[in-house]
Structures are given as structure tokens and as C-alpha cells.
Design a protein around this ligand. Structure first.
Ligand code: NAP
Length: 244
């Protein structure tokens, strides 16, 4: 449910942060070919001693790599030091519908070879997803999108669930006003930080969430979400921030 985001970490800071995240207990790591840090993520995983099958690893294909999906994925797997990733996403939609279908069909074939466990998309609209379903007969497992209290959209979430797609949220904190009185009041009542309230709000909605911190204290706090919960009323008050 709680993934460790690795953008925009590169080089030594990326290795250090992913190592610290694994030591802190994260078992879900989010990277992308575009981030230029797959080798550091791979080294941190190897150095950690955590077994590969305990970690849920996501990487993403740049749309500009359409037509080269297999070779790009093999390069990612070599950098990551693994034989498969758990989730492979199209990082954002290629501009033309025909190209979106072509990439998706290519990914379906690659999944059948066992190089990836699940395939999905990122930053797609439901209309773009419906076009893939109509063409291939298969929905993406996941749509990873920018999600936070201000962006809460019950209909969009329900649309994913109706299609059997997991909506996964990224950048939960960066554009969130952590000083917002609703969030601050709930944080104070629960004895946790505003960031923890925002992340727990994702958990209450059963939305897997990807947050990044290079700071060991915040990294640990962002994972420490299971010693408290939000009431239905608190969740509804945070949902309500979307309209304001
Ligand atoms: P984010 O995780 O919402 O925010 C990161 C920022 O928040 C950093 O400046 C971090 O600073 C700070 N922060 C972290 N924990 C905090 C806390 N407890 N209290 C206060 N500030 C805190 O945004 P993001 O990095 O854009 O997104 C997370 C991940 O999502 C990325 O790393 C990437 O893996 C993924 N992503 C995917 C896409 C896509 O198109 N699919 C796009 C963007 C991001 P410190 O590091 O100093 O703590």
C-alpha cells in the first residue's frame, strides 16, 4: 500500500535513500526508466539483503520508447539486477490512439513471456483506458496518477473500480497544503503529523500511495501509518477539501 518514490533521486543519493527505505521497512519501490536511477535502485536492493520476492518493484516505460519496448525493458531489468518487475507502466499516454494501442499490445506479449508480473498505465484518462480495453480485451492492472485531497474525485475512483483497475496515487504530499485546518485538526486529534493523515487517508480509501522522502525521519514516519486510523467522518472531511 505504501510505495517509496525514487524521483528525482539519482546517483549516490538514490542508492542511499533506497537503502534507507528498505532498512526502514518499505517493500514497494517505484522507479522509471526516465528517472535514470534504476542501477542505483538495483544496487540498493542487492546490498540490502532483502529477498527479491519480498519487494514489489515498479518501473515505467517512456512513451518515446514505443517500438523498442522489449529491449528497453531488458535494459531496465539488467540495471535493476532482477529477472522481472512486479509492475511495468506506460509512464504517460503516447499522443496518438494507434500508438497507445500498439504499446499496450506489445506489453501484453511481453507479460506473457514472464518479464513482468503485471502491466498498467500512468496518467491515462478513463477514455484512453476504455480504448485499450475495446482494442485488446484487457484492462490495465493499475493507473498511477497524481492524487491528493485536493484532487479527490469519487467518480474517477469508482470508474477505475468498475473496470477492475487499481488507482494508485503519486505525489500525495508535494502539492498538499499540510497547514490546512481540516488536516491539521485531524492530525492533532490523532497525535500524528499532517503528512501521516494525508497518507492514511489514501489507505482508508484503499488507494496504494507512492511518496518520496530523502530524509530518514520523514521516510519512517510516512510508513508508520498502521497504529492509527481515521473515522468515516474524518475521511469525508478530507474528501471535502477537493471542492474548496
Ligand atoms: P511527494 O512524495 O508528494 O512529495 C515529495 C516531497 O515532499 C519532497 O520534497 C519531500 O522532501 C517532502 N516530504 C516527504 N515526506 C514528507 C513529510 N512527512 N512531511 C513533509 N514533507 C515531506 O511527491 P513526488 O516525489 O513528486 O511523488 C512521489 C513519487 O511518485 C515520485 O518519487 C515518483 O516515484 C512517483 N511519481 C510518478 C509520476 C508519474 O508520472 N507516474 C509523477 C511524479 C511522481 P524530503 O525528501 O526532504 O523529505
Amino acid at each position: 500500500m505504501i510505495g517509496f518514490g525514487t524521483w528525482p533521486l539519482r546517483g549516490h543519493p538514490a542508492h542511499a535513500a533506497v537503502s534507507a527505505a528498505l532498512a526502514a521497512g518499505y517493500r514497494h519501490i517505484d522507479t522509471a526508466t526516465m528517472y535514470g536511477n534504476e542501477a542505483e535502485v538495483g544496487r540498493a536492493l542487492a546490498d540490502s539483503g532483502v529477498s527479491r520476492d519480498e519487494v514489489f518493484l515498479t518501473t515505467k516505460l517512456r512513451p518515446s520508447d514505443a517500438g523498442h519496448e522489449r529491449s528497453i525493458l531488458r535494459k531496465s531489468l539488467r540495471s535493476l539486477g532482477t529477472e522481472y518487475v512486479d509492475l511495468w507502466l506506460v509512464h504517460w499516454p503516447p499522443p496518438r490512439p494507434q500508438l497507445r494501442r500498439q504499446v499496450w499490445n506489445e506489453m501484453l506479449g511481453i507479460r506473457a513471456e514472464g518479464l513482468v508480473r503485471e502491466i498498467g498505465v500512468s496518467n491515462y484518462t478513463l477514455g484512453q483506458i476504455d480504448d485499450l480495453i475495446a482494442d485488446s480485451g484487457e484492462a490495465p492492472a493499475v493507473n498511477q496518477i497524481h492524487w491528493n485531497p485536493q484532487r479527490y474525485d469519487a467518480q474517477f475512483l469508482a470508474g477505475h473500480r468498475a473496470r477492475g483497475i487499481v488507482l494508485e496515487g503519486y505525489s500525495p504530499l508535494k502539492d498538499t497544503d499540510l497547514a490546512d485546518p481540516v488536516i491539521a485538526q485531524i492530525a492533532s486529534a490523532s497525535g500524528v503529523s499532517p503528512a501521516q493523515v494525508v497518507l492514511r487517508w489514501h489507505v482508508e480509501h484503499e488507494i496504494p500511495v507512492i511518496a518520496k522522502s530523502a530524509n530518514p525521519g520523514r521516510m519512517a514516519a510516512n510508513l508508520d501509518l498502521f497504529g492509527f486510523s481515521l473515522t468515516a467522518d474524518q475521511v469525508a472531511r478530507i474528501d471535502g477539501l477537493a471542492a474548496s
